[in-house]
Ligand binder design. Structure first.
Ligand SMILES: Nc1ncnc2c1ncn2[C@@H]1O[C@H](COP(=O)(O)OP(=O)(O)OP(=O)(O)O)[C@@H](O)[C@H]1O
Ligand SMILES: [Mg+2]
Length: 428
């Protein structure tokens, strides 16, 4: 600052007093300094007063300012004198250069704020800002780590619980990859739960199935044993061997059906386009002799529907129709069977129905279960192994064909739904 002031005063020294007087304010503006010009007077007090007044006019109020006689003397000798006036409480200093020109005393001054004060303030400010920043940083790190670690901990806990087959779900909304991970874990948990329940159900079914098989086998075996002992004891009335053969046939039939059921689950499907109506008609023809013998009539109502196409395994579809037909023939109460086709916007419906004495809708769904035989038919002693409808269900499920059984006005009705998407395809 001092050097700059010296340079400025050197430059101003080159300018004539007249020029300087004329354009004081311009020079002040140019160099950003205060310039005061005062004729040197013999009275030092007056001189200082006048100088201070002219400074005051320029809005420079100094509480400590005094030009000593010695200074005036040295300036008069043509020397350039520099002074610094500490303004004490104002926390600033007034740095001046005095030069003399044509009996005039020229003051070039600049006010400088205490640097140490400024530095102190800046330092304090910096330190406070730094502390604040560090605090903000620490709290942000804490918040972020909490935001990440807490959900991760929750995910770890949930994974452990899933491992223990407790299929819970997490509720994490972090709007980031952790939330996506939580959603995937939830989805996994849900699927695992479904799979687990399905497995449990299959296990229970399998157990029941095995116990049913055992039971179904035990009855004819016990009979075979009893009749064999009868023959051994010589009490055979001539019918014993026939009974034994009948029971053996029954066991054979049961085993055949069981094998068929298990094969259906594993067998690869040979899918082709099948005209269901055509297939049903062919199956009915095969039963013609039996129908005539039992004096059973089939009432067929195609409702103007000519073809119903389905992508299916022909052999398995035939099995479905034969099982439904043979049941209807076996269990009809009035020697009538009704087969009809209906059409809705999206699908075709196939109905096969016959009169029945069975009137317990709650137990109706049991007909799909293996070995289930309704009381009414058991009494009549005409039921078979009870596997026919289980096979039907298994085949239809494999083909994703919706099906159901219902009781309507004393009739039992089996329905199969066919999607219409093959409607336009040609007959194979
Ligand atoms: N059309 C029907 N009318 C009346 N009852 C039926 C009919 N279809 C099935 N049922 C009842 O459902 C039971 C189960 O039928 P399903 O075809 O599975 O076995 P099943 O006919 O007894 O023996 P299988 O078919 O193995 O020779 C039957 O025993 C019968 O009681
Ligand atoms: Mg049957």
């Amino acid at each position: 600052m001092k050097n700059r002031l010296h340079d400025i005063s050197d430059e101003l020294n080159e300018i004539s007093l007249k020029d300087l007087n004329q354009s004081v304010s311009e020079y002040e503006k140019k160099y950003n300094v205060t310039i005061a010009i005062q004729p040197i007077s013999s009275n030092n007090d007056e001189f200082n007063g006048a100088l201070r007044d002219s400074l005051n006019q320029k809005k420079v109020t100094l509480n400590k300012f005094w030009v000593t006689e010695d200074t005036i003397h040295r300036v008069k000798e043509g020397k350039k004198v520099s002074k610094i006036y500490d303004q004490g409480k104002l926390k600033s200093s007034f740095l001046v250069d005095f030069i003399e020109k044509d009996q005039h005393f020229i003051l070039i001054g600049v006010s400088i704020v205490y640097l140490s004060e400024a530095v102190k303030i800046v330092n304090q400010f910096t330190i406070s800002i730094m502390i604040l920043l560090i605090l903000i940083l620490i709290s942000m790190v804490w918040i972020w780590s909490k935001k990440i670690t807490d959900p991760l901990k929750e995910l770890k806990d949930i994974s452990k619980e899933i491992a223990k087959l407790d299929f819970r779900k997490v509720d994490i909304h972090t709007n980031d990859e952790i939330e996506e991970l939580a959603e995937s874990i939830n989805e996994m948990s849900e699927k695992l739960q479904v799979a687990h329940e399905d497995l449990n159900e299959r296990n229970a079914n399998l157990k029941r199935f095995i116990s049913d098989i055992t039971h179904e086998l035990k009855t004819p075996l016990a009979l075979i044993k009893a009749y064999s002992v009868g023959i051994q004891d010589g009490i055979d009335d001539g019918t014993y061997v026939e009974t034994i053969l009948k029971q053996t046939d029954q066991i054979n039939h049961l085993i055949d059906e069981l094998l068929a059921l298990s094969r259906i689950e594993r067998e690869t499907l040979h899918i082709q386009e099948v005209d269901f109506i055509h297939l049903v008609n062919r199956c009915i023809q095969n039963y013609e002799i039996e129908l005539n013998r039992s004096d059973i009539t089939i009432h067929l109502d195609q409702n103007d529907i000519q073809q119903v196409f389905v992508e299916a395994d022909l052999g398995q579809m035939e099995r479905v129709i034969n099982n439904l037909l043979s049941n209807a023939i076996k269990y009809t109460e009035n020697n009538k069977i009704f087969i009809s086709y209906k059409e809705s916007e999206k699908e075709y419906l196939f109905h096969i129905e016959n009169n029945t004495k069975f009137n317990n809708p709650e137990r109706l769904q049991n007909v799909w279960e293996p070995f289930y035989v309704m009381e009414a038919s058991r009494n009549k002693n005409m039921s078979g192994t009870g596997l026919g409808l289980a096979i039907v269900r298994s085949i239809l499920n494999r083909h994703h064909l919706r099906h159901e059984v219902s009781l309507i006005n004393g009739k039992i009705r089996f329905t199969i739904h066919f999607s219409k998407k093959y409607k336009e395809k040609p007959h194979l």
